[in-house]
Design a protein around this ligand. Structure first.
Ligand code: ADP
Ligand code: MG
Length: 212
């Protein structure tokens, strides 16, 4: 176990080395070469990244568990690196046979909020679609394909609402070399269990009182 500020790296295999990035102080440190992202950040008027916006970890392809209270910018913490991965992948959507990123959220309202944030910050023709029960079924797509990376947003609430069987069903169908990100406002046993079962050597960024 290595520690660097509030970023903790756990359970590495014998001999495996991993660089633990420092917290991001300025947007330019990460997005200097992504003018579309920088333009959207300026337009939003953000001053600096929030502590949970540990973008270099996701950009390195490492599974991440992000624990921070509501309103701390967790959505952009996973969307920005998602956009970069989607626009820089050598494999096209057609070759992949489906979408490159799937975000699972516990309620329709939250799914729509993620979609709104996505539409606000997206660029370069990245397309998104919001799917929920009782919604417009025309938009339904077969999301569980070879190429998809996964974000579990508000994992604690998904478990509280009894969605564990559905989460498990989706996750076991997705290719094992996917990247998985999980966000949560709390870090109870259920979320730890879920993380242990479905994330691979994740890093944890925990904002708040360290209670691991
Ligand atoms: P969470 O998912 O942690 O509850 P959200 O992702 O919904 O929080 O973000 C809450 C609000 O903060 C949103 O309006 C979002 O656009 C905004 N936000 C995100 N990142 C920053 C930042 N670096 N500085 C200021 N506001 C931000
Ligand atoms: Mg959120």
């Amino acid at each position: 176990r290595k520690e660097n500020n509030n970023i903790i790296c756990d359970d590495l295999k014998e001999g495996e080395k991993r660089c633990i990035p420092n917290p991001v102080c300025k947007f330019e440190d990460v997005f200097e070469h992504y003018p579309d992202i920088m333009a959207n950040i300026r337009k939003a008027g953000f001053q600096k990244p929030t502590p949970i916006q540990a973008w270099p970890i996701i950009l390195q392809g490492i599974d991440l568990i992000g624990i921070a209270q509501t309103g701390t910018g967790k959505t952009l913490a996973y969307l920005m690196p998602g956009f970069i991965h989607l626009t820089s992948q050598p494999i096209s959507k057609d070759q992949r046979g489906g979408p490159g990123m799937l975000v699972l959220a516990p309620t329709r309202e939250l799914a729509l909020q993620v979609e709104a944030e996505c539409l606000k910050y997206t660029y370069k023709g990245i397309k998104s679609i919001c799917i929920y029960g009782g919604g417009d079924r025309k938009g339904q797509i077969d999301v569980v394909t070879k190429g998809v990376d996964i974000v579990l947003d508000e994992a604690d609430r998904m478990l509280d609402m009894g969605f564990e069987p559905q989460i498990m069903k989706i996750l076991i169908d997705v290719r094992p070399d996917r990247q998985t990100v999980m966000t949560s406002a709390t870090w109870p046993d259920g979320v730890r269990r879920l993380a242990k079962s479905y994330l691979k050597n994740p890093m944890i960024v925990y904002v708040g009182t360290l209670d691991l």
